[in-house]
Design a protein around this ligand. Structure first.
Ligand SMILES: [Ca+2]
Length: 526
């Protein structure tokens, strides 16, 4: 790849940088990527959540840069995670929706870093392949294999030299966590194994107003997978490392079930939670047809939550889901605090770049929905995104420009002094983070191929507008983000907004064409 000069989105040769010189202030940094699953951007104290349950993550933001308008590339696990670890949109890396295997031919960030001398380790949930027990699926993450004693992932998984694997959600998580639990508390491990139900969920202590996936975890905070992950990552940091590390801590929470340990479950009063955006009073008639059908539980199926009749969920249960989520987020924050303390104790903080993000959000009651789906409102598509670089010029900054988790891979490569790979579609934030460049990104794309529903949608967000176009459909969505921040009025068919709709449609088309996959690379003229 040495002779390769990458092209930017406009097809121009990018500036050839002196990467060695760029990294002198942070030579060969360690990188710690902390990820969560299905966590909203507004769930943090530093982003304005009134519960203020995230003091440690807030500290990362206070001494780093928090992107206040960061968007996911896809609102479900595997496509979004694939984009975070390749810098390529789901339509380019190939895992277009969850339930697919991320192609192993993709150039993954850990593999590139490993080639450049990094030690690469992942703790927690990868979800690069399906986790369900599909008989014909060769996935190494599937529950049945692990629960029958196999350990199909130990090392060499998508460029990670070592993997401590957690599969699934809730207290019934499988993988190496089960081994840890068996050793730590054999009776608790047996109880989990005997009670595991569909999807590995264990239901215990359900709330009277709740859905079946709102309950108190039967595990104590100390034995909960979130705490276990914090402890395992801290143990890793205490070990001696001969090489710089790329370490991923990937929490399975606050993804549903809404099931924090008992002592965290009742800590937040549902009555104190921010009130969700109400469902459309007109039955979603001004929205694409699947919105109203999905709300009434009549959509058949879609990726994320197509099985639920949302119209039957009482508002009190939505507030309960929010309060339980606060409990899960607080436990994540405690685990992050554990990891940060260990970094400090080991003297690693001054040479470790830290990133905090989530793969996507959760409606959590907004517009009457829970979980996720092909409705790209902000609760789902906007994510926490914090960069904390030692000695960085912008400590404490809040960047309100549009950001994308597509930029994780190119940014980490540049921070580590490694040239960009062909095919990367994100842009590096490294120079911005170091205070050497102004912030430039002004739009972000969220893709969604929902094969269950037969919808292919693409959303482009700018400071002023959000547009969603549907392949082969006459309908779409247009929201005025400034005057309608809760996205309650779809302006797509409003004649008064025809001009901005067409401008945004052209801008979306231009973005799609400029970022279309550039692989394979042209090597010669003919
Ligand atoms: Ca997810």
């Amino acid at each position: 790849m040495a002779d390769y000069i990458p092209l930017d989105m406009d097809g121009k040769e990018t500036e050839v940088k002196d990467y060695a010189a760029e990294t002198t202030d942070l030579a060969r940094p360690n990188v710690l990527l902390i990820m969560t699953d299905q966590q909203r951007a507004d769930s943090l104290g530093c982003s304005g959540h009134p519960a203020e349950c995230t003091p440690h993550i807030d500290e990362l933001a206070a001494s780093g840069v928090r992107f206040d308008c960061a968007y996911t590339t896809h609102p479900t696990c595997t496509p979004s995670r694939g984009a975070i670890f390749t810098g390529r949109y789901p339509s380019s890396h190939g895992a277009r929706m969850t339930g697919m295997i991320l192609p192993e031919t993709e150039r993954m960030l850990p593999a590139i870093l490993r080639e450049h001398g990094y030690e690469t380790a992942l703790f927690g949930k990868p979800h690069f392949a399906p986790m369900g027990d599909y008989p014909d699926c060769p996935s190494r993450e599937m529950r049945r294999l692990w629960n029958h004693g196999a350990h199909p992932i130990e090392s060499d998984y998508y460029g990670f030299e070592s993997v401590v694997f957690f599969g699934g959600h809730g207290p019934g998580i499988w993988g190496h966590y089960r081994d840890w639990l068996r050793e730590r508390d054999p009776a608790a491990a047996r109880a989990i194994e005997n009670a595991s139900g569909e999807n590995g969920y264990i239901r215990a202590g359900a709330y009277e107003d709740g859905l079946t996936d709102m309950f108190r975890s039967p595990l104590s905070a100390e034995l909960h997978p979130t705490s276990a992950l914090g402890e395992m990552v801290s143990d890793y940091l205490r070990r001696r490392h001969e090489r710089p590390f790329f370490l991923v801590a990937s929490f399975s929470d606050p993804h549903h079930p809404f099931a924090p340990p008992a002592e965290y479950a009742d800590r937040y009063d549902p009555g104190d939670m921010p009130i969700p955006v109400p469902p459309d009073s007109d039955g979603f008639r001004a929205f694409p047809p699947h919105f109203g059908r999905a709300f009434r539980g009549k959509s058949g199926r879609f990726s994320g939550g197509g099985h639920v009749d949302y119209s039957a969920i009482p508002p009190a249960a939505m507030l309960r889901a929010r309060a339980l989520t606060c409990g899960m987020v607080e436990l994540i924050d405690a685990a992050v605090g554990n990891i940060l303390r260990t970094l400090d104790e080991r003297g690693l903080r001054e040479n470790t770049a830290i990133v905090f993000c989530s793969d996507h959000g959760d409606f959590l009651g907004d517009h009457g929905f829970l979980y996720k789906g092909p409705m790209h409102w902000d609760g789902l598509t906007r994510v926490p995104f914090i960069w904390n670089l030692p000695g960085a010029a912008r400590a404490g900054a809040i960047e309100s420009g549009i950001a994308s988790t597509l930029d994780v891979t190119p940014t980490i490569l540049e921070l580590c002094g490694i040239p960009p790979e062909p095919g990367i579609e994100g842009v590096s934030l490294a120079r911005y983070l170091r205070g050497k460049e102004a912030y430039e990104r002004d739009e972000a794309l969220t893709e969604n191929d929902d094969d269950y529903l037969g919808e292919r949608l693409r959303t482009l967000v700018t400071a002023k507008w959000k547009i969603t176009a549907y392949a082969g459909r006459p309908w779409g969505e247009l929201y005025d983000r400034v005057n309608d921040p809760h996205e309650t009025r779809n302006l797509w068919d409003d004649p008064a907004f025809r001009a901005p709709r067409e401008e945004m449609r052209v801008r979306l088309l231009d973005h799609l064409m400029r970022r279309e996959d550039r692989l394979p690379v042209q090597r010669w003229y003919a």
